[in-house]
Design a protein around this ligand. Structure first.
Ligand code: ITT
Length: 200
């Protein structure tokens, strides 16, 4: 069976690994922007995760005419009034390493007690069909900002995101465990159900 191609409008190598794993039971060949040979900078000027996911997916659908999905995600820290939020990738500079970004957050939360270190990862997924029809879904996972980075799985802010229920950071979880409970897993499961309804 020849599988239909689905472009996932992301350049983030950590995200695409998780996305392909979570979506592997769908009858689509999932390709990232790199894999589709698309090199484009999309200005994410939306005010919410959903708006930014739609901007990314729409831009690539208009360029290719294919069904396109996109993920906009980030870390909301309550003590920092929800920051870095939609600016998570840009926090501290786009080209700054996550070692530096994570340490910057730990500095901002220095001396803040555990009960005030609450945070969540948020993920919005958008699908844009060639007809212009759109679907968006949303997922979150609650945690607290750790006192120090731990673990080397995952990507981005995973080493400082501690999940009390599992007593470890998302960087200490196996990929299978993170993909079963993460913000991205929840949003992708919801969009999978909706996409399946559209598959003949
Ligand atoms: P694309 O726009 O190309 O998909 P990006 O990295 O710029 O890639 P976002 O604008 O959605 O993506 O920014 C999301 C940032 O939030 C990401 O770079 C991480 O810093 C953080 N983030 C999102 N999900 C995460 C996760 O599961 N683990 C750790 N950090 C995460």
């Amino acid at each position: 069976m020849k599988m239909e191609k689905l472009i996932f409008a992301t350049k983030n190598k950590g995200k695409i690994i998780e996305i392909k794993e979570i979506m592997k039971d769908l009858p689509f060949q999932i390709v990232s922007l790199d894999e589709a040979g698309i090199d484009i900078d999309i200005e994410e000027n939306g005010a919410t995760f959903e708006e930014n996911a739609l901007i990314k997916a729409k831009t690539i659908m208009e360029l290719t005419g294919s069904l396109v999905l996109a993920d906009d995600s980030g870390l909301e820290i309550d003590y920092l009034d929800g920051k870095p939020g939609i600016y998570s990738a840009r926090f501290g500079g786009v080209n700054t390493s996550y070692e530096i970004k994570n340490n910057k957050i730990l500095d901002l939360l220095k001396g803040v007690p555990k009960e005030k270190r609450t945070a969540r990862f948020v993920c919005a997924i958008a699908a844009v069909y060639p007809t212009g029809d759109t679907i968006t879904t949303y997922g979150t996972i609650e945690g607290i900002i750790a006192e120090k980075p731990s673990g080397n799985h995952g990507f981005g802010y995973d080493p400082i995101f501690y999940v009390p229920k599992y007593q470890c950071t998302t960087a200490e979880m196996s990929p299978e465990q993170k993909n079963a409970i993460s913000h991205r897993a929840k949003a992708l499961q919801k969009i999978k159900e909706k996409l399946k309804k559209g598959i003949k």
